[in-house]
Design a protein around this ligand. Structure first.
Ligand SMILES: O=P(O)(O)OC[C@H]1O[C@H](O[C@H]2O[C@H](CO)[C@@H](O)[C@H](O)[C@H]2O)[C@H](O)[C@@H](O)[C@@H]1O
Length: 291
């Protein structure tokens, strides 16, 4: 596939800037639903099989590739298969919505102390969920510095999500936390950072000349907001939506703002490969046009 044409002038300008000066471009990608297909068990989610090969061709041609995810950074690295890959030396993973950072060069995760509200919620949550009614299939993902309540495997995932929304907001507020909603998940996590804050900080650090951001979920709205704000202040950017390929409805809050809509992780990977093709990447990651 070639590079799809952005549907907006701002997106076309963003893509043009990326292609004109790729060495100043940051390619920023969400993980679940964007690089990794959605599956029922988060522990079984893995990057699309063509993701790492495409990224390993593209990454040496741009300033950096950054994965911005709600996952713990180490989990995204493991499930992505990102560590020790030739070509991915300039990959960074910003985990926990930007609270954690892993850089391929050091191989280390940097993270702040765990918020004290997490221990309290971890202890209270099982009994709390019982008291809210037995939602068959609702389960808790302990993410270390956040705790997520998943409803995807409940008998009625949407009903379980809707019923738990307000009580979990109350539980989070009582413990100094916020609720981060996602695709059939309500996560209780510390406030203070989101994907927009994380992405803006990273682009500033890199002195980026352009950005491409791809995402699929509610947590990506903050990153979309950030790219739109940066565009208004002169940084070209292109926004891509990884649309569901199942009967799940598209997320209007993102779909309507995207410059490019691609079919799920397979479409994202095809976009990355097409960018690498256009920029002259080879299988080893060397740029044909590189100095
Ligand atoms: O920011 P992301 O990389 O998109 O991570 C967001 C959450 O993704 C995971 O949950 C989602 O993917 C699961 C596996 O496909 C799916 O079962 C679940 O319904 C989705 O919400 C992950 O489990 C969370 O910890 C992430 O915060």
């Amino acid at each position: 596939m070639g590079i799809p044409e952005p549907s907006t002038p701002a997106g076309a300008a963003g893509l043009a800037a990326l292609l004109a000066e790729p060495r100043r471009a940051v390619v920023a990608l969400d993980f679940d639903g964007t690089l990794a297909p959605i599956v029922a068990d988060p522990d079984q989610a893995r990057a699309h099989p063509d993701a790492v090969p495409a990224l390993a061709r593209l990454a040496p041609l741009v300033d950096t590739v950054v994965v911005v995810t709600g996952r713990p950074a180490g989990v995204a690295v493991r499930h992505g298969g990102f560590a020790g890959v030739p070509g991915l030396e300039n990959l960074t993973v910003l985990g926990h919505y930007g609270a954690e950072r892993w850089d391929a060069r050091s191989g280390e995760v940097h993270a702040p102390a765990v918020h004290p509200g997490i221990a309290a919620v971890r202890a209270e949550l099982p009994g709390f969920l019982d008291s809210e009614g037995a939602w068959q299939g609702v389960w808790i993902e302990d993410k270390g510095r956040a705790v997520a309540v998943h409803t995807r495997r409940a008998d009625d995932p949407e009903a379980a999500f809707a019923a738990l929304d307000a009580p979990l907001h109350e539980l989070a507020a009582r413990n100094g936390l916020v609720v981060e909603p996602g695709r059939m998940v309500l996560e209780l996590r510390p406030p203070g950072v989101d994907k927009g804050v994380a992405l803006t900080g990273f682009l500033t650090e890199r002195r980026a000349g352009s950005v491409l951001y791809a995402g699929d979920d509610l947590g990506d709205i903050a990153a979309f907001d950030a790219v739109e704000k940066l565009r208004a202040s002169g940084l070209p950017g292109v926004l891509a939506y990884s649309a569901p390929t199942t009967d799940e409805p598209p997320l209007a809050a993102i779909a309507g703002r995207a410059d490019l809509v691609v079919p799920g992780p397979a479409g994202v990977v095809a976009l990355l490969a097409a960018l690498a093709d256009r920029l002259g990447g080879t299988a080893s990651g060397a740029a044909a046009s590189a100095p």
